[in-house]
Design a binder for this molecule. Structure first.
Ligand SMILES: Cc1cc2nc3c(=O)[nH]c(=O)nc-3n(C[C@H](O)[C@H](O)[C@H](O)COP(=O)(O)O)c2cc1C
Length: 338
């Protein structure tokens, strides 16, 4: 498999359910992500021609290299997706062996497979043979580090061409620190590429992970939410040794506004207004006047009114003064809580 990116541009955008849609992937790509992934999509859903599942797999050529991430519980379900994968020709198909969500594990997919390595390896072996494009896997830690390494070796033998490790157990969910040492040991024993994932928030974090573990590439999830500049910063840092730091708030607001415009253009107003909320919250975290702005935006039901709020907020950021309309409304208690 040709590994996307390079030593100077090593950062991938992780699969993030509810986040890494076509709009966000294209923004991250434009900001320098070396590879992007779709949100996870259930092979079962695809099999039944579920519209929402099919939409998740929709991507444009400019997003390449792109990985399609599948939640699969057994080889049959994978087999049924092969014609679709063949027509889409993503750059790789990534099997999800890490999702800890009950809804997923109940069906025997995601992290449930970590508890059943024989089933996981059989599935991977069949998928590697049938897949029309390179097959990769993304996993969490199994019960012990020893077991994790054994599973990864078996996946490599089964034909998996790269492994991403998010070194937390299912029980840890997102608590504690990702155990980067486990990525280092995985890198020592595998001959296929290892992609390290977990707790990268700055270019220095990316460098530290690579220095500490020797991993071939890094993958970023939460650090990219409301922060697509991280990819640009990493590329600059790895290329020149200097990090320009985070952008000014005015630039962040511009990006937030343009991201929302793209969401509305892609999904239409009704669906778009719902989808954009989480992105807005991420972008404006820590921004001056953020809570006033959020209150104002969240009570609007029309995109035109939200656009007006962006204009007001842009002015407020420039003058660094509170926005009179907002403060008076807040003082009067007329802004509803969300
Ligand atoms: C909201 C959310 C959605 C996620 N969706 C997926 C997913 O669809 N597939 C997957 O393999 N991991 C998913 N993850 C896990 C991330 O890809 C990543 O492994 C994890 O967040 C650790 O990386 P980070 O510290 O950079 O966030 C998700 C995580 C979050 C917070």
């Amino acid at each position: 498999m040709v590994l996307a990116g390079s030593k100077k541009n090593p950062a991938f955008l992780a699969p993030l359910a509810g986040w890494t849609d076509k709009v966000f992937r294209q923004i991250c790509k434009a900001k320098g992500a070396a590879m992007v992934y779709t949100e996870m999509v259930s092979a079962e859903g695809l099999q039944h021609g579920n519209d929402r599942s099919l939409t998740i797999l929709d991507f444009d050529t400019i997003e390449r290299p792109i990985g399609v991430q599948l939640l699969v519980a057994d080889a049959n379900a994978f087999e049924n997706t092969v014609p679709l994968l063949d027509s889409l020709q993503p750059d790789c198909v990534d099997l999800n062996f890490g999702c800890p969500v009950n809804k997923v594990t109940r069906k025997g997919a995601g992290a449930a497979l970590l508890k059943d390595p024989d089933r996981m390896v059989t599935l991977a072996a069949v998928a590697a043979k049938m897949s029309p494009v390179p097959l990769t896997a993304k996993m969490r830690l199994a019960e012990s580090e020893k077991q994790t390494l054994e599973i990864a070796l078996r996946l490599q033998d089964a034909g998996v061409q790269a492994i991403t490790l998010h070194p937390r157990t299912v029980e840890m969910q997102y608590s504690g620190r990702a155990r980067w040492d486990c990525i280092a040991r995985l890198k020592q024993i595998l001959s296929i590429p290892v992609i390290g994932n977990g707790d990268i928030r700055t270019p220095l974090d990316a460098k530290n992970m690579i220095d500490h573990t020797g991993c071939d590439r890094v993958m970023i999830a939460r650090g990219a939410q409301g922060n697509p500049w991280l990819f640009e910063r990493i590329r600059l840092f790895f290329g020149t040794g200097s990090d320009p730091g985070p952008p000014e708030w005015g630039t962040v607001l511009e990006m937030c506004h343009s991201h929302c415009q793209k969401i509305i253009a892609h999904y239409g107003e009704i669906r778009g207004l719902k989808i954009m909320r989480k992105h807005i919250v991420s972008y404006i975290k820590g921004m001056p006047h953020a809570s006033e702005f959020r209150h104002r935006i969240f009570r609007q039901t029309e995109w035109a009114a939200i656009q007006e709020q962006f204009v007001i907020m842009k002015k407020a950021l420039k003058s660094l003064e509170f926005i009179p309309e907002m403060t008076s409304e807040l003082a009067n208690g007329t802004v509803p809580d969300h």
